[in-house]
Ligand binder design. Structure first.
Ligand code: NAP
Length: 242
């Protein structure tokens, strides 16, 4: 029987790569985004090339009704959801003294509250099925901190505590919960960084290249081979933090 994965924020970047990799692994794919629907459609069409089915839902992961809509659509089309990847995320960088309360809360809502909302829905059915894989996309800055990213690093550090707590709550129910902490990955999010910031990052990366390997880590954690791995943070950062 084919399994289904929900991957939030699959219209581009890391989320798109995860959708494609899990499709290649044989999962039906459900993704979502708030912006350009044609980009999510492109992901869906590319997933279908692997012989699985896929769909996109226009939904904001920080909104509880929208999150319910994603799961309702997934269950209506595919019956059940075995894998949840909380990938959607945003940045609103600024130094602490200039950071507004709105920008702090918006990043917490999209990057952290969203995982609470999706896991609340996902775990009900996963518990009944006694099976589930939840993978939260954190960040190296959730482990290290970063000047100008107090909101973002707080949200990503929060995801790690959230991951470990859920791993303890749901381990006996057949649900594993892990985090992947990407380092400096080449996407639109990092393309937007100034050149001097990028050059500075490169001095801190032993592998001396940008990463593009997040989907493979997610694929492993979503697989049956990872059944005894839970509550972990898998860094995929070229050795940036060790
Ligand atoms: P990206 O290129 O900006 O893509 C973000 C995705 O999330 C898009 O599909 C976006 O679509 C979606 N999204 C944003 N806000 C959303 C919302 N409220 N509801 C639903 N979807 C939403 O980012 P990325 O670089 O691929 O990053 C993906 C994840 O990896 C993020 O959690 C990020 O924090 C994390 N990460 C990235 C790096 C890196 O180097 N790139 C490093 C560490 C961690 P819309 O804009 O259309 O909504």
């Amino acid at each position: 029987m084919s399994k289904t994965a929900i991957v939030t924020g699959g219209s581009r970047g890391i989320g798109k790569e995860i959708c494609l990799r899990l499709a290649k692994d044989g999962f039906n794919i459900v993704t979502c985004c708030t912006g350009d629907a044609s980009k999510a459609d492109a992901t869906i069409n590319a997933c279908k090339e692997f012989g699985v089915d896929a769909m996109a839902v226009a939904a904001d992961v920080s909104n509880a009704e929208d999150v319910q809509k994603i799961f309702d659509a997934a269950k209506e089309k595919f019956g059940s959801v075995e894998v949840l990847v909380n990938n959607a995320g945003i940045t609103k960088d600024n130094l602490m003294l200039r950071m507004t309360e709105d920008d702090f809360m918006k990043v917490l809502d999209v990057n952290l509250k969203s995982a609470f909302l999706t896991c609340k829905v996902a775990t009900k059915d996963m518990m009944r099925a006694k099976y589930g894989r939840i993978i939260n996309i954190s960040s190296v800055v959730g482990l290290m901190g970063n000047a100008g990213q107090a909101n973002y690093s707080a949200s990503k550090a929060g995801l790690i505590g959230f991951t470990k707590s859920l791993a303890k709550e749901f381990g006996a129910k057949g649900i594993t919960v892990n985090a992947v902490a990407p380092g400096f990955i080449e996407t639109e999010m990092t393309d937007a960084l100034p050149e001097d910031v990028k050059a500075n990052y490169m001095t801190q990366i032993p592998r001396k290249r940008l990463g593009a390997d997040i989907a493979a880590a997610v694929s492993f954690l979503a697989s049956d081979d990872a059944d005894y791995i839970t509550g972990q943070v898998l860094s995929v950062d070229g050795g940036m933090r060790m």
